[in-house]
Design a protein around this ligand. Sequence first.
Ligand code: CO
Length: 133
Amino acid sequence: MFMGVDHVGVAVKNLDEAVGVYRDILGFNLVGVHVLTERKVKVAFLSSGGETQIELLEPLGIDSPIAKFLENRGEGIHHVAVKVDDIEKALEELKKKGVMLVDEKPRKGVEGKKIAFVHPKSTKGVLLELVME
Ligand code: CO
């Protein structure tokens, strides 16, 4: 069902400043920046040189889920995203096993990808994102 870690999401207060740290100081390559208005986040993807990217997420507005996360936990790892070959089937299988889902149906991610989140209550505290290309 899973095909590797697609990216690790990191919540940040200021995207430009965080890109500066990850690109200019740490040495990751900036792949793209996207504004996701319906999810109220601005994200930047950075390449690690391999299959797994880093996604930096800045909240757009105080009602953004990332704003709530920053308020409670501060900056840091927000989610881990794994690739799946069939996201509908993956959600169905997980639901059958009693896994708590944030999204019962996939929603639109960046660049036409389909994504869905699995609740941290079912994953030992890790918000898990499923991604299908
Ligand atoms: Co993500």
